[in-house]
Design a protein. Structure first.
Length: 276
């Protein structure tokens, strides 16, 4: 008991030293703990980088430049600016008065060539027809609908291989001479051989003529117009420069050409397409 009491007195006298010793012991333990934790983390980091090096690396996916390339291409080839009709900023819409009321001009041809109607397109034929037998020869009629005046139709008397005829030479008679089934003719101009009979003449379209109507001027008509015809409608002058069975081509005073299509049986009112 006496020794414990003495030990207690010593502790009372030197308690500051005891607290310092305990604090140093705790601090040393903390340092040791931190050192060991540091070494452990170093080992983990080393293992992590070792594992990363062992894993196969994935390639970098290339960037998608599609939109950028498209934008760059568009910038390098900008669209042409079109300030022609029907560009309303520089070409305000016009209105024109006609017999059918006001017409809105958007492309510039609504009161001009667009309303022009094609009534019909008919061929102008070149026809060779067998008329009758006359003694040693045959009367054959030649009709050229393109010709104007008295030269449209001529009758020619033809004998076998005679060159006195103007248009053709009779080269062969098929069947009985007095009542042939067919006659073989050679055209002088081209050397082409054709066959005709009483029931079947030779016919070829040499040109075309057109009947037109312009409703905006009280249904003004232009009948039997051929290539070269001069027309005036909608306040403008036009010239027919081509006609075929499907369309006509007109040329305006400014040398601009317009094509109008024709469909038999239809109204044939359509926008005229300008030739380039």
């Amino acid at each position: 008991m006496e020794s414990l009491k003495r030990l207690g007195d010593i502790c009372k006298q030197h308690y500051e030293k005891l607290i310092l010793i305990i604090a140093l012991i705790v601090l040393g333990g903390a340092v040791w703990y931190l050192y060991m934790e540091n070494e452990s983390q170093k080992e983990k980091i080393k293992e992590f980088f070792t594992d990363v090096r062992r894993k196969p690396a994935k390639g970098v996916r290339p960037a998608d430049l599609t939109n950028y390339t498209a934008a760059l291409t568009k910038l390098q080839n900008p669209p042409a600016l079109d300030f022609g009709l029907p560009h309303y900023l520089l070409n305000p819409v016009k209105w024109k008065q006609s017999s059918q009321g006001l017409i809105k001009e958007v492309i510039g041809t609504e009161s001009g060539i667009d309303p022009l109607e094609i009534i019909s397109i008919t061929p102008l034929n070149f026809v060779i027809a067998f008329e009758r037998t006359a003694g040693p020869g045959y009367w054959i009629n030649v009709t050229n609908e393109v010709a104007i005046g008295g030269n449209r139709r001529i009758a020619q008397f033809a004998t076998l291989n005679s060159t006195n005829t103007k248009v053709f030479i009779l080269r062969e008679v098929k069947g009985a001479l007095e009542d042939p089934a067919e006659l073989v003719l050679e055209l002088k101009e081209s050397g082409e051989r054709i066959t005709i009979s009483k029931e079947k003449p030779f016919m070829r379209a040499e040109a075309y003529q057109v009947d037109l109507r312009y409703p905006l001027e009280n249904n003004k008509t232009f009948l039997k117009q051929r290539v070269g015809a001069q027309l005036r409608f909608g306040g403008e002058d036009y010239k027919i420069v081509a006609i075929n069975q499907n369309e006509i081509v007109l040329e305006a005073g400014n040398n601009k050409k317009y094509t109008k299509r024709y469909t038999p049986g239809a109204t044939n009112v359509n926008s005229a397409s300008a030739a380039p």
